[in-house]
Ligand binder design. Structure first.
Ligand code: SF4
Length: 253
């Protein structure tokens, strides 16, 4: 197995020269024409146990988990448990775990909801959603990814204008490792066709006009004609939790 890493990478010495930005662009271009599982297979061959996949149990991610299971079933898969996820999300986790006989790594925030309320006040998400996402998502992810050389996500170009330039393979400047987005060029229709073809468990909220599902306080149904992420942080000047790809949110005590 050939293992390579990129410049400025700290965890792990892979014994070969690092990938240059130009090589990353070339690899990404090559994989635009290939199936998403080919990207995952390449990542697993390059990075082995130093690659990890992020799963929110949304429809893109359950498809990606299934693809990974076909090509590299030993790869770690994690989810960010903010303690504020929908019951349907936990149920989807359990159904998928059973279907694939896979354990998902649970990544937790440093602070419980009670501790957060004591330090920053009740229902921080209503007053400062960026700070709340920083505490419950971005900072836990930053700590967790320190143990890996590459991470895989289910983000797609057509999900939102902020994701419209997503590449299949890119350097993640925020977290300092390679980022694989195998579904970057896939449409929602293609993802759903894959889910149906393979009978993959998915979150039933998707059938109730919840195309994008996050934490309970920050997710609502979308109305006909709204875009797929309109139900996230509705009414706020916020469209991303900060994982793709803004900077770390500082503690504001
Ligand atoms: S999505 Fe809402 S509740 Fe969840 S971490 Fe972000 S601000 Fe907090």
């Amino acid at each position: 197995m050939s293992n390579r890493t990129v410049d400025n990478h700290s965890p792990g010495d892979f014994g070969e020269r690092p990938l240059s930005p130009g090589e990353i662009r070339q690899i990404s271009k090559k994989f635009r024409e290939k199936d998403p599982w080919e990207v995952l297979r390449w990542g697993a061959e390059q990075f082995g146990k130093s690659m990890v996949l992020a799963c929110s149990f949304g429809y893109e991610d359950v498809a990606l988990v299934h693809m990974l299971h076909r090509v590299a079933p030993e790869t770690d898969i994690f989810y960010l448990d903010t303690d504020l996820l929908f019951p349907e999300t936990y149920e989807t986790r359990d159904r998928l775990a059973k279907a694939l006989d896979k354990t998902f790594i649970r990544v937790r925030p440093e602070y419980s909801l009670e501790e957060q309320a004591k330090l920053w006040g009740e229902e921080l998400w209503k007053r400062d959603a960026n700070a709340c996402c920083g505490i419950r998502k971005v900072n836990p992810l930053r700590r967790f990814l320190k143990g890996y050389s590459a991470w895989c996500t289910g983000i797609r170009r057509e999900q939102s204008p902020t994701r419209a330039h997503t590449e299949v393979v890119e350097w993640d400047h925020q977290f300092g490792l390679l980022k694989l987005n195998p579904l970057a060029y896939w449409s929602a229709k293609e993802v759903w066709a894959y889910i149906r073809e393979h009978n993959i468990p998915y979150n039933p909220m998707h059938d109730r006009r919840y195309p994008s599902i996050g934490c309970v306080p920050c997710t609502r149904q979308v109305q006909p004609g709204e875009d797929s992420r309109a139900g996230r942080w509705s009414g706020m000047d916020k469209t991303e939790c900060g994982l793709h790809p803004s900077g770390e949110i500082k503690d504001r005590r």
